[in-house]
Design a protein around this ligand. Structure first.
Ligand SMILES: [Zn+2]
Length: 113
């Protein structure tokens, strides 16, 4: 919540005002989600341990969805001021790619076969 307030202040003129930001463990395909009607944001706990500029990007992305629902040009304009948007998107695409190729996103015990 504290970081969400800082990011909203820095990049969205404080216009995005979530009432709740929480970690969730059951989002398998999404890094984050937002419900504008309730002003709630959920972040995948798979983000924990990733670089701060990646987590900030996902949080700012979801904060922006409190203002613009879709991914049209006006949405991406909200993210233009954040300096690591392209890098963070590429990082997350890389994680998704590696995971889809069987490289685990999280450490798991080795399996003998
Ligand atoms: Zn989005």
């Amino acid at each position: 919540m504290r970081r969400a307030g800082e990011l909203s202040h820095s990049y969205l003129s404080g216009k995005a005002r979530p009432v709740s930001v929480r970690w969730v463990g059951n989002q398998n395909s999404r890094w984050g989600s937002a419900t504008p009607a309730e002003r709630t944001i959920r972040l995948s706990d798979k983000l924990q341990g990733m670089p701060a500029w990646v987590v900030d990007y996902v949080l700012l992305h979801e904060l922006s969805h409190l203002l613009v629902a879709g991914h049209d040009a006006s949405f991406w304009r909200l993210l233009e001021a954040y300096p690591d948007t392209d890098r963070a998107k590429a990082f997350l695409e890389g994680v998704s790619y590696a995971t889809s190729r069987g490289m685990p996103a999280e450490e798991s015990p080795p399996v003998e076969d």
